[in-house]
Design a protein around this ligand. Structure first.
Ligand SMILES: Nc1nc2c(ncn2[C@@H]2O[C@H](COP(=O)(O)OP(=O)(O)O)[C@@H](O)[C@H]2O)c(=O)[nH]1
Ligand SMILES: [Mg+2]
Length: 223
């Protein structure tokens, strides 16, 4: 649908059927998004974000929901660290889960929040392809940095998902995240950056993990 929409936009036709299609496609997709279907915002194979299409869909979404409050929550972490599983468990979603490289690209899904205790009406959950994908070979460092900048920039809050208590992994992801924050700061020098990161350790069986991690964390702070 996105490709048809962008093709119609590019060819600047006055054909009535195509113009109708151009008006309806983003509206239909916005409605599907409201019904809880995932929406691809980055193509996993070409690493392309169809800006025209995504903008049109989000404009239509805004038209439907009005000026409701929306919290964007994204996730970042190494491949197969259970990012999709975590989001599915937290929000009752159905992002694809499997061993190996499963989520390709970046997907978003909208969750309606009925609870009045929260200051927002919708949570936009953004699931991403993992960092350190072995398929990417030597390109992986630039890929990881670009992906992290994209994901941290999109989310109001980014969950950095870490499987276990491995601090080497924390160090890697921390470097990538700091790089992303620096890039964001460079990009909007006049704006205040409102994005934040939350580190989540899951699958930690050791009972003394909390104290041990505190110690390691202090080492990072000292560095
Ligand atoms: N035992 C166990 N397996 C998990 C857990 N979270 C994820 N998995 C498994 O790890 C694999 C990768 O999970 P997935 O969510 O697709 O990882 P992603 O690539 O980071 O999105 C799947 O086979 C999951 O079933 C967990 O907390 N415990
Ligand atoms: Mg996944």
């Amino acid at each position: 649908m996105g490709q048809i929409y962008e093709a119609v936009c590019t060819c600047k036709t006055t054909d009535k059927t195509l113009q109708d299609l151009k008006r309806q496609l983003p509206m239909v997709t916005a409605k599907l998004l409201l019904h809880g279907l995932p929406f691809e915002i980055m193509d996993g194979d070409a690493a392309n974000v169809p800006i025209v299409w995504v903008t049109a869909v989000l404009r239509n979404l805004k038209k439907i929901i009005g000026d409701k409050q929306l919290l964007a929550l994204s996730v970042l972490g190494i491949q197969s660290s259970g990012k999709s599983t975590l989001l599915n468990a937290m929000f009752g979603l159905q992002f694809a889960v499997s061993a190996g490289r499963c989520t390709r690209g970046v997907f978003m899904q909208l969750v309606n929040v009925d609870d009045k205790r929260f200051p927002f009406d919708y949570i936009l959950v953004i699931d991403t392809v993992g960092l350190r994908a072995p398929e990417l070979g030597h390109q992986k460092y630039s890929h990881d940095n670009e992906l992290a900048t994209f994901v941290i920039g999109l989310g109001d809050i980014t969950i950095v998902n870490i499987k276990g208590e491995n601090t080497a992994e924390v160090k890697d992801v921390l470097q990538i995240s700091v790089h992303a924050f620096m890039r964001l700061k460079l990009a909007n020098t006049r704006l205040n950056i409102k994005q934040s990161c939350v580190f989540v350790h899951q699958n930690v069986p050791a009972f003394d993990a909390n104290d041990k991690m505190m110690c390691e964390r202090q080492k990072f702070v000292d560095i």
